[in-house]
Design a protein around this ligand. Sequence first.
Ligand SMILES: O=P(O)(O)OC[C@H]1O[C@H](O)[C@H](O)[C@@H](O)[C@@H]1O
Length: 543
Amino acid sequence: MSAAPTTSVVPSLDKVDFLKLQNGSDIRGVSVAGVEGEPVNLTEPVAEAIAAAFSGWLVEKKKADASGHLRVSIGHDSRISAQVLQDAISRGIVSAGLDVVQYGLASTPAMFNSTLTEDDAFLCPVDGSIMITASHLPYNRNGFKFFTNAGGLGKADIKDILERAADIYNNFTTEILMTSKEQAHASIKRVDYMSIYTSDLVKAVRKAAGNTEKPLEGFHIVVDAGNGAGGFFAAKVLEPLGAVTAGSQFLEPDGMFPNHIPNPEDKTAMKAITQAVLHNKADLGIIFDTDVDRSAAVDSTGHEFNRNRLIALMSAIVLEEHPGTTIVTDSVTSDGLTTFIEKKLGGKHHRFKRGYKNVIDEAIRLNSIGEESHLAIETSGHGALKENHWLDDGAFLMVKILNKLASARASGVGGGSKVLTDLVQGLKEPAVAVELRLKINQNHPELKGGSFRDYGEAVLKHLENSVESDPNLQKAPVNYEGVRVSGFGGWFLLRLSLHDPVLPLNIEAPSKEDAVKLGLHVLAAVNEFPALDTSALDKFVQA
Ligand SMILES: O=P(O)(O)OC[C@H]1O[C@H](O)[C@H](O)[C@@H](O)[C@@H]1O
């Protein structure tokens, strides 16, 4: 396998469809050759053009104080194309007249933080920041996330930047690219920013534990970084706080991800951290995705704090601090979670749409119209707190959990992670919970030249109508995405994927039999749509 990033002496300037690189509020592409059917589209010149475009966008945004040089920080996760892309985007920024500060291996949330930190010695705050990451995607992909002190850039900004990048790229010549290579070195600085970021996390836990130096002394906590960027959490956060981290695994960055996909939504990944906890008889296990904006945990008995259980735990912690507050979540959360938040914790559950940016923006919107919300969190493990500038930071979520452990210890409560497990007591969990992803064949003649989105919407409309005539089923009274229906003691939600030509179907029910009844209803309704691949659902109802 030729798993090597493409570095070219004479850069190739093939035609590129820049808008295809947009993935919601991120940029994602293929940066490593060697996988069949996946040609490289995130080349060095493409990256350079995108960085130059971001720089132009930033200068416009900050025009009020653009008298001096604007500064942009760059960090990356463990991907094998990180260095090549870091150099390319540095050139793009320098050629636009801005300064570059490289952080090396970093987490996505740390990059946002660098726009807020006040510290001249570390050249902070920066005016803009770029993280090079493709989250949990395979090794041949990479991408960018952009930040200013107002937060992560949204969809419209990314589209704007890609349009500008296409223009810049079209004007590139080999000479321009060679000159930018020669000029870049002079204005690039390097800073160990992760040392500030991690010491802030350490300070937060110490403060919450009443300014104790080692509030986690006596706790054994194992970390699984999946060979992504999160390995720092063991040595730079947990150990200074006094925890033992022996048995932590896959802390070394390795962009081929040889052990498991760094993704708390991945079953193999969760099994790996669970086994590490049990094998080491640890009090707690912590797992991060590649760029550390998502996380999950495991208690000492091997029970996961993931998906609805992680949301329940975080809600319990946040609602102790802010009684009655609204918890904003994504659309695939369970009915049991709503009951738990509203009846047991006395909060309000606002089940919104899928997508971390959607839930965060919704929480900010609610606050702006006078509805107090302190937590926006997805089942994917993205979670953002108002107290942390609405930044989705997997490490900060874990800090909130550690605070709970430490403060319980400080007030004399023992029992390791039991204090956490007790907080989610009463959360009703379904016997069956599945997500089936039904693909829309975009080349099918049934689409009649229309988009997969239009086709997906038509499927949803048809399903919605079919529910109205079925006495066993009730449409959810409030719903922001897709078709959510209760029946047979459970529920289902069929919706359009945020990015893919896919209709994800979530079903939760008290038994397999009830889940199949819900599945059969969906199947009967969607069977009339030949461009929809229902094989996953067929298999589920037959098994
Ligand atoms: O709509 P889906 O295909 O299930 O994907 C939705 C997910 O996409 C990305 O992974 C985002 O980071 C998540 O915030 C979002 O929930």
